[in-house]
Design a protein around this ligand. Sequence first.
Ligand SMILES: [Zn+2]
Length: 446
Amino acid sequence: MLFETYGMIVPEPNTCKNYELFYQFYSLNIKQNLITNNLLKEVKSHLPIMNLEIKESINNKLQEIDTILPGIGVKRESTLREEYKISILNDDLYLKEKYFNGNYEEYINYITNIQQVILLYSSFENTISSYLKDKGITDRIFQKKLLEEVCNKVSGFQEKFNNLNDREFTINDFSTLWKYFTFIRNLYTHSSGVIDEEFIRSMENIHSDIQDTIERNFNFIERSLFPDNEKILRNNDFIESDLFIITEIELRFFRNFIIYVWETIYLLSHNLTKEITHQYSASFNLLENQFQFRHVQSPEESEVLSSMPSFYTKKISNFYISDYLCPSCISEPISLYRTLYNPNISLAEITDRKEHETLMMERVFTCPQCRSFFLSKYQEKLSDNNGTNLLNLSDDGYLLILDQFNIKGSAYMPQEDMENIQSHLSFYQLEKILIEAKKNSARLKD
Ligand SMILES: [Zn+2]
């Protein structure tokens, strides 16, 4: 229950409107959060400067307006409002220092976690209530008693939940856990997480229940898995006017708990085929090449080449940078990444389409900017301008095909001395060797 990944049981189309709604909302929310987290890691070192720039740009905007307006013969009206101090981000320094040691990343994490709790809570609450109403099960539900209602009115709920998740939750467990997260959610929506008297009182009321729920349902190993003896759910020692910062464990517990509750309700009312395989195929047109391909020439283009990572990404590491430029991206030069097939294979092995069975591939190039693929003809170079292209794919379609091309491809030239190097060199050693090889680009021309 605590350690699962982000996944959720996939609904079959048109089986349960409310479950499908929650599923969609949940997956969008999780993806957005994962992307935000990744972006945060990437720009971590720039965060303080970015904050400063945002502050400055707010001031600059006003100054800009003040210089532009007189030029066209008008003056900005000043209002009484301007007699006050107008700003954003000036007064959060205290918060950041006190709760996040002045760390911007933790501070932004806190904000995104608050948003996640609020959004998931309301999506869950709304879809469950609406489901119960649709079933004519109940007409008025008190927020705090939502899961009690579910236990009492959805026949077989408790047994199915415990069965699915190998737990022994009582009605009181469901009710207590739901109250716990309701108090947190309300603290976030009503007072931005600043602990108040009411929150402390509410938590005191369920303190022993929470303690009991955790001890009965999570064994010693589960309870002591976390660093610094962090509790699965904190339920005491709250200090008034401190910030309630939800921990990663509490957030994960919350996410999994509401998912498992919804999944249970869904499975009770629908006979789901186990493990449906979802066949998603990307749509694209295979086009005869119309481009003139050319290698990097100018110093400016060489700079682009050397500034791009040697491999497409760590995961897509069978695509290695080439010194061909993308013929489709004209405004700014960008180098193509290349993968090789040795021995050659047919395009049908990637696309699973019968009509591609006769198209044999040895070299495939891709542009990460315009999401296109360029295939040279078997035993020909790309600069023979004789191949086929897949142009401007959608984000999802592009990733799907890129992944397939990558799985079967290789970054190394056949008959090169590097041919079997992959088996006994680490990624980093390999990258070093290839960076050397890149410098000598004549050697790498295909
Ligand atoms: Zn391009």
